[in-house]
Design a binder for this molecule. Structure first.
Ligand code: ADP
Length: 356
């Protein structure tokens, strides 16, 4: 049975259509991932699913019931929904009180609150943090508190906007574990956005690719990965994917041998065969050797140039048949006077490297 049905949904802001005639359903117990470039409409869609914003036209059904946006209807339906926003906003009080807050609003008994907060903090691996002030936490810990706040009410539908953006690999893996646990064990329906295609592939039952307010593709990863093309392919993270053997360095990072004498340093510590992804927009390109703190620097030659409007995509061969796709603005492209066969230098940080 569908948990959420979206029918002919459109949203306009000041006469501009941000979501265009969208129709899709999310099944009960499904983990549904929205992927797409910035500005595609992902946050707008999540806010509408959270009943914070109303569509301009079209409708939403939750558990088969049409959302009519009366105060009573919204209040009843929102009790089933937990949302984690991109910007975490925690209160200047203890971790315990932050997580307890949604339960207090619901007039839960002190005893229930105590138990539910304890259970939820254990779930996000923050037991022992109860008395700490939430504003003194690291970014990753704060994000886990925000997730605990959404989970403590045991929502039937959990919405998350880029829950792992800007987190270090350890926090990313804790968050992924939590999401997959509640989806599997509590049968919580999850709709989330991500920029990390490996994450989407690992977590999602189904994915939808949003571009300019429309769903361009929808299905399981296997169903759609072969159909990706053009701009969809680039934000689907199908470029800059490398396979290799990873070893841990003395500093606790990883060096991955990707063949042909090339190595990539990454900010995780894993031994064995891995698949890596380097987002094109995280790569710095220069016509001069780079003096940079970035751990990964390569010399290469431009083999392909694609004009994408205000950005230009370049394929850079760094030897041994290995290519990086790099994305730069049209302006820097013109300033650097680049052409096919131009010699260039690329660099990226160890923390930009994503692992499968
Ligand atoms: P995404 O989450 O995919 O990056 P958003 O949903 O945030 O995309 O934004 C989609 C488009 O809608 C953007 O062009 C954005 O500027 C516009 N938009 C979002 N919210 C508002 C708003 N409150 N008022 C006007 N325009 C908005």
């Amino acid at each position: 049975m569908p948990k959420v049905e979206v029918q002919n949904l459109s949203k306009e802001y000041a006469g501009r259509q941000v979501l265009k005639d969208m129709t899709f359903s999310v099944q009960s117990g499904e983990l549904f991932v929205l992927v797409g470039p910035n500005g595609a409409g992902k946050t707008t869609l999540l806010r509408i699913l959270d009943l914070l914003d109303e569509p301009t036209s079209g409708k939403i059904l939750l558990d088969g019931e049409i959302v009519n946006y009366s105060a009573k209807n919204k209040a009843a339906l929102r009790r089933k929904i937990g949302m984690v926003f991109q910007q975490t906003v925690l209160f200047n009080m203890s971790v315990f009180d932050n997580v307890a807050y949604p339960l207090k609003v619901r007039n839960e008994s002190e005893r229930n609150i105590e138990q539910m907060v304890k259970k939820t903090l254990e779930l996000v691996q923050l037991n022992g943090f109860e008395r700490k002030n939430a504003l003194a936490l690291s970014g990753g810990e704060a994000q886990r508190v925000a997730i605990a706040q959404a989970l403590v009410i045991e929502p039937e539908l959990l919405l998350l906007d880029e829950p792992t953006a800007n987190l270090d690999p350890r926090n990313v893996s804790i968050v992924e574990e939590v999401l997959s646990y509640v989806n599997r064990e509590r049968k919580t329906t999850i709709v989330m956005t991500t920029h990390n295609m490996f994450q989407a592939e690992n977590l999602a039952d189904r994915l939808a690719f949003l571009n300019e307010g429309k769903i361009e593709l929808m299905g399981t990863f296997q169903e759609i990965s072969g159909k990706l093309s053009g701009p969809v392919k680039s934000f689907a993270r199908m470029e800059n994917v490398f396979h290799g053997f990873s070893k841990i360095t003395a500093e606790g990072t990883s060096i991955v041998d990707i063949g042909g004498g090339l190595q990539i340093e990454a900010a995780f510590n894993k031994v064995g065969n891995v698949t890596l992804h380097v987002p094109p927009e995280d790569i710095i390109l220069s016509v001069r050797p780079l003096i940079s703190s970035a751990r990964n620097t390569f010399e290469g030659k431009i083999t392909q140039i694609s004009d994408m409007g205000h950005v230009v995509k370049l394929k850079v061969n760094v030897g041994a048949n290995k290519n990086f796709t790099v994305q730069i603005t049209k302006r820097s492209f013109n300033e650097m006077q680049l052409n096919i066969d131009s010699k260039v230098y690329i660099a990226f940080k160890a923390s930009s490297v994503q692992i499968k």
